[in-house]
Design a binder for this molecule. Structure first.
Ligand SMILES: Cc1cc2nc3c(=O)[nH]c(=O)nc-3n(C[C@H](O)[C@H](O)[C@H](O)COP(=O)(O)OP(=O)(O)OC[C@H]3O[C@@H](n4cnc5c(N)ncnc54)[C@H](O)[C@@H]3O)c2cc1C
Length: 371
């Protein structure tokens, strides 16, 4: 059987579902093909929350996150629920890194406060600080599961066909069109948006000359605060360069509070290579052990026994930038590299521009730039 639509979106994670909503809202006929069921935990978007921050060392991301802010509010209005809370963000640790964060925020005209470790300890007694501390009140948390569910719901309400449990087997380019094969149907469209996260290379390898995408799993754990009333901003702990390589966005550990659950902490030695098709993904006790040691050292306000540990896929380019670009009828939407969630509605707006050719894409990461 074959069907024709204006756009096929592969993947109903955060990026695919939100892009589909925008495209359907603009009047396009859209089908979204998702290999797993709603609310699955096999990709990169599951879990209650993600860090939202404007605080980046690279001004490009400060600008992109600032652009995402009003688009988050628009998505919230459409969804009728809170998806983003600006409870603040701390960057602390290596002074060279925090200085770049301060410079990038100031040049974008965003509020930023520099504190001594002593002043920061007084304000956030649950955390330990040893070097520079920077507070950005614009930061906070996105509600991740809620966002994905809302985007899937909104896409369907705007007219998109959202098909779960429908793995895409193959994509071909025939003339100017893409033909997408899934579940016995060949979907033909002038454009296919591949928002397949960790599966991108497997799906597109032969069709688009992608940069190498490293798939890793992080296994963050949740820790209970000793004093549940304490303030818990989101945070990044910038470590010293490892092995002489200081990647542009590199940090040692990250974390944030999920009200009602605890403080989720990841990084700090918990990231390792992963196979996206391995459904078991049992947390590695050695990696959890490294995280517990980190919490014992840096968080006097947390009980260091994890209350939960999860696994989630990072898909990372060598420079930790995104891949967001178009080749013929194929839009590659792989904005992960472990830090994509905060940009979800801004990425979807870029995808819409790439699909429709309406106006210049404003923040596109080229396929051939990310090697
Ligand atoms: C542990 C962890 C912590 C993170 N923390 C933060 C944070 O604090 N702040 C932040 O901004 N970002 C964070 N991120 C990154 C952010 O979560 C990701 O950038 C984002 O969720 C990626 O969304 P996605 O839609 O690209 O990928 P996914 O959610 O993985 O969606 C891809 C979808 O494509 C589907 N798919 C794949 N292949 C096929 C196929 N052949 N056919 C049909 N469907 C297919 C998959 O099943 C999946 O549902 C974190 C990521 C992880 C893993």
């Amino acid at each position: 059987m074959s069907e024709r639509v204006d756009a096929v979106v592969v993947g109903a994670g955060a990026m695919g579902a939100t892009s589909a909503w925008r495209l359907a809202r603009a009047g396009r006929s859209v089908v979204v093909l998702e290999q797993f069921g709603p609310g699955h935990t096999r990709g990169s978007s599951h879990g209650a929350t993600r860090i939202f921050r404007l605080a980046y060392r690279d001004p490009v991301y400060v600008g992109f996150a600032a652009r995402a802010l009003p688009l988050w509010r628009e998505l919230e209005d459409a969804a009728g629920e809170v998806l983003l809370e600006q409870v603040g963000q701390l960057d602390h640790g290596r002074p060279e890194s925090t200085a770049e964060v301060v410079a990038a925020l100031r040049s974008a005209g965003r509020p930023v406060e520099e504190l001594t470790p002593e002043a920061a300890t007084e304000r956030w007694p649950g955390m330990r600080f040893d070097r520079s501390v920077v507070h950005s009140p614009d930061g906070g948390r996105c509600w991740a599961d809620r966002t994905v569910a809302a985007a899937q719901r909104l896409a369907a309400a705007a007219g998109a066909q959202v098909r779960f449990d429908t793995p895409v087997e193959r994509i071909e380019v025939v003339g100017d069109a893409a033909v997408v094969h899934a579940g016995g149907v060949s979907w033909s469209a002038p454009v296919v948006v591949v928002a397949a996260g960790a599966w991108t290379t497997g799906l597109l390898g032969a069709l688009v000359d992608l940069p190498s995408l490293l798939v890793e799993a992080d296994q963050p754990s949740v820790f209970a605060p000793v004093d549940p009333s304490g303030p818990w901003p989101s945070f990044l702990h910038h470590g010293d360069p490892v092995g002489g390589v200081d990647r542009p966005l590199h940090f040692d550990a990250y974390g944030l509070e999920t009200p009602g659950e605890g403080v989720k902490i990841g990084g700090a030695g918990t990231v390792g290579p992963a196979d996206p098709d391995d459904a078991s993904r049992v947390p590695d006790p050695a990696r959890t052990g490294a995280l517990v040691e980190y919490v014992e050292r840096w968080f006097p306000g947390l009980d260091p026994t994890p209350v939960a540990t999860t696994s989630c896929l990072f898909t990372t380019t060598a420079d930790e930038h995104f891949v967001l670009d178009r080749r013929g009828p194929v839009v590659v939407c792989s904005p992960c590299s472990g830090h994509g969630f905060k940009f979800v509605p801004a990425v979807a707006a870029e995808v819409e521009r790439l699909v429709t050719g309406s106006g210049q894409a404003t923040a596109v990461w080229r396929i051939d730039a990310a090697r």
